[in-house]
Design a protein around this ligand. Structure first.
Ligand code: CAA
Length: 242
């Protein structure tokens, strides 16, 4: 493995993103963790891991350009991009407002365009790139109360396959991971009776761990994973076999 490769993880200071940042650093990559809201968690994260953080909103294209420029200045050109940042604004359609829809589409799916558009020219010039987009089991199968989230995550899977075709000739691989229900703040905010029913439907019998997802990212970003592109790796404890 070329240890000098620079990796950016969006939403990289908490939950699944934190586990991905930590795993990449442990494997020898130079890692930049992006975050948007929680300064306290970001400071704690850097203190604990030594991974630098970069605060910008991935839903904002201009902010992504600025943020990636700062990362490139500090660490070098971006070889690996993990589009992990995501939010939920759950609610049934008849109660959902436009803000809930727009926030989830722009943060979860718009971010993939904003970040990929920002790094793709450099990856093409250097003829190397690894992009991993974090989708969701709920983009694959839908979820009651998540038309916004399911649409965004499902969009990520189409986005991945299209960009994989464009990147293939330039040694840029583009893959998706579709996590199931993972033990994070996001999943813990699901009402407990609803969550209990969901866990009962996971054949492995437990929520996923953030590290279960990080393992998949490491596999996909390796230099010698160059024949794996346009794929979706489902990591969901057997809850949905797709
Ligand atoms: N299927 C069918 N009916 C359902 C249902 C389901 N899955 N869930 C709820 N209902 C029914 C309820 O039984 C209820 O029916 P009655 O009125 O007849 O009793 C009705 O729908 C209304 O349910 P709620 O009272 O729960 O409605 P609410 O408006 O208060 O809340 C909700 C709706 C916000 C969607 C809430 O049910 C909820 O938070 N659900 C969890 C959604 C979820 O799984 N989100 C995943 C977050 S984690 C994540 O997204 C990460 C990832 O990638 C996996």
């Amino acid at each position: 493995m070329t240890t000098s490769r620079v990796a950016v993880v969006t939403g990289g200071t908490r939950g699944i993103g934190k586990a991905i940042s930590v795993a990449l650093k442990a494997a020898g990559y130079r890692v930049a963790a992006n975050y948007c809201g929680n300064d306290e968690a970001a400071q704690e994260f850097t203190k604990e891991t030594g991974v630098p953080t970069y605060k910008f909103d991935v839903a904002d294209y201009a902010a992504c350009k600025k943020g990636v420029a700062a990362i490139t200045h500090d660490l070098g050109p971006v070889d690996i991009l993990v589009n992990n940042a995501g939010i939920t604004r759950d609610g049934t359609m008849h109660k959902m407002d436009c803000d809930q829809w727009n926030a989830v589409i722009n943060t979860n799916l718009g971010s993939c365009f904003n970040m990929c558009r920002t790094v793709i020219d450099g990856m093409r010039d250097r003829a190397f790139g690894r992009i991993v987009n974090v989708g969701s089991i709920n983009g694959q199968m839908g979820q009651y109360g998540q038309v916004n989230y399911a649409a965004a995550k499902s969009g990520i899977h189409g986005f991945t396959k299209a960009l994989a075709q464009e990147g293939a000739g330039k040694h840029i691989t583009v893959n998706a991971i579709a996590p199931g229900y993972v033990d994070t703040d996001m999943v813990r905010s699901v009402p407990p009776p609803v969550l209990e029913k969901i866990i009962a439907r996971i054949p492995v019998g437990r929520l996923g761990r953030a590290e279960d997802i990080a393992r998949g990212v490491l596999f996909l970003v390796a230099d010698d994973a160059d024949f794996i592109t346009g794929a979706t790796l489902s990591i969901n404890g057997g809850q949905h076999m797709y």
